[in-house]
Design a protein around this ligand. Sequence first.
Ligand code: ADP
Ligand code: ZN
Ligand code: ZN
Length: 813
Amino acid sequence: MRYFADILLPLPLDNLFTYSISQSESKLLQNGMRVIIPFGKSKMLTGFVMNVHQNPPSTYQAKEIEFIIDESPLVNLVQLAHWKWISEYYLTPMGQVLKTALPSLFLLESETELEWISDDNLSKITNHSSREIAYLLQVEQRLSLQEAQKRMPRKSLLLAIQELLDHKIIALKEEVYQGFRPKTKNFLKLHQRFSSPEIMKDLQDLLLKKPLQKSVVETLAKLPLDSNITSKELQELSGVSSSTINTLLKKEILVRYSKIVDRFIFEGKTTQTQALSHAQNLAFQEIKESFNHKKVVLFQGITSSGKTEVYAHLIEEILAQNKQVLYLLPEIALTTQLVGRLQRYFGEQLVVFHSRYSQSERVEVWNKVAANDSKARIVLGARSSIFLPFVDLGLVIVDEEHESAFKQYESAPRYHARDSAIMLAHLHETKILLGSATPSLESYYNAQHNKYGCVTLSERYGKVIPPKVTLIDLKESYRKKQIKRHFSEELIAAIEQVLANKEQVILFQNRRGYAKFLECLSCGFVPQCPNCDVSLTYHSSDHQIKCHYCGYHTPYFSHCGACESSNVFSRGLGTQQIQEELAMMFPNTKVGRMDFDTTRKKNSYEQLIKGFENQEFQILIGTQMVTKGFDFQNVALVGVLNADGLLNFPDFRSHERCFQVLQQVAGRSGRSNKQGQVIIQTYSTTHPILIQVVKNHYNEMFESQLAQRELFRYPPFVKLIRIVLLHKDFQKVKEGAAWFATALKGGFQNHVLGPEAPLIERIRNQYQQQILIKIPQDFDLKKSKSFIKKIHKSFVSVGTFRSIKIQIDVDAY
Ligand code: ADP
Ligand code: ZN
Ligand code: ZN
């Protein structure tokens, strides 16, 4: 009898590979366990068991697996089902989903390094090959699997490695097993010989003339034995400096020991959640009631209504059942205030999952979640946390569900974390809450059509009145010369007033840098990026002009690159320029700037927020970043320097987004007990969206935008799939795109648009062509997608097209 396992590999391939296994292995192996397999001529890869059976592959000779890594599945069945859904829905090979979903530490391959640990157990090794590898590593200290393999036949190599790993003679670098590098901390204690009271007495006598040292010993003697006190704490408690501690260490009166500590311990104090207001409590009850009938509930609560408080109360109930909560946020880095707040309520039960975490840290979170550890009951994370191995998920919350950061644009799978989370909740048979002040059109549409439950909270906490929003007509201001630099008289007056009251101002400008671009007034020349079809942006801080797409930069010349005229002028308006203008107009006022350029350094973002919170500066100017869920008590005015940039962005969602951004930024004003003010400068004072913002009319915005979507056939009335083709050779990509579009039209007829060049035709020296498919609601989505897959396959088989890169984006918005 022969046995086989179908193995999923972390490669951009759809098919599984069948490997041969022994009968005993067939009993051991479960789906979701990792094995090492030989791949190609000499590679070794980690794969996942997807199926164990007895049918030999028909077209190739099955190779044998090398070894089994896990004793139990690393990936659970719900995860596998979820990833399969992502793979099918987003037209991405399963292997690629796997690669995105797993911390790369879990994927041992030929390049993985082996590391020497100790020869403590070496005497127990009798096998010749094992000893040989051990000696090799003892000399080299570190060796990759591949290098080791060159010196030994593969089969005996892996058995040998296994044996050495088992005896802890070697380890995998950044251990793929449970080991990895745990975080340790050093502590101090009295040497063991002072454990009896008599010797203690002697010791104190001995130190009689050394009051500082004596103080340390006395401090320690008073503490319980297992106090785990750090050197710093000991210094503080006994009032000595580090040199005293060092002396005691040298005399071996004190000894140092280290312990593994939890990386994620919360060291602050926790507090109770706040009592809910009447309105909040109503919403809280309604949400729970709604969950009785609906799996998905949309929670529309205006800014400052205290949605977080409601979430916290829901979370408490789930924790009481020892179940897990996934709390998704669009961007962790931008929400330090929220993280802090939830941490105060839930302490070490909450773990944050961050894209900036090291691989070891990710593995640590992974393991905790897999074990339903009480120290990781709540996972607060950005989109990639949907891939964690939840075992008993009780609730999913998607905060700011309308945010575009939930969608992964850059690389496949191009998934939307909100939509994937809905599927995750479904597979776990649990509930999901989508929260926002300004829901996405799609979610609101689903709520209106009874697909989702819907709960609203339309009162600000503490009954704070919503801010007063005013539009300022820039055309008029310029005509009447009532404008200084980029500030209308009204905005200047309002800023002066607020500053006089010792309150704070937030100014919003959607563009970073100094100005959008430079233009020669003599010949019209605008410097362009040599790699991308975009204008370069001037940054005055380092006098460079930069491309925001590929990072290209070059020194700024004050003379035109084409005609050498010195009449070069900057057009457009960036945050940095606003900051300089403010410095001229309000020389005595401190201004902080928050944008991509000023927050790149670690913690710079937190420092800006803290500084503004502590009123170290009065005006904060920034891009999109300042619209995030901040809560500053003293902000009385929000100014938008130019709303037109938001309106004129060529995208079918730009109006919806404009409304959302302006509502969010307006929500920063007047959180205290006084009505806030919002001033929006624009050339389009009669634009319906701006009027809806002034009137604070989400519903009106929704109705009018929805009508537009229906008229021009956009989601939710169609499924939008974008196919982008990329190649260095313009002619080739054009031909390829024409072929692809024609083939698609065979199935979708006139629902295929294009091919055409996207807004920016060339990025990083690659020409792009895009094709849009608008799949009507009455088409079968599964069949439509497999049709696209089929075309993709035949496209790749056309020899000349093979080098064209293809990106498929389902729900491309
Ligand atoms: P949202 O997220 O809906 O914009 P927040 O949750 O940030 O609103 O709440 C706005 C402010 O009101 C915060 O400062 C918060 O601490 C406060 N707040 C909200 N609900 C309560 C409550 N029940 N008790 C005390 N303070 C509250
Ligand atoms: Zn560029
Ligand atoms: Zn010129």
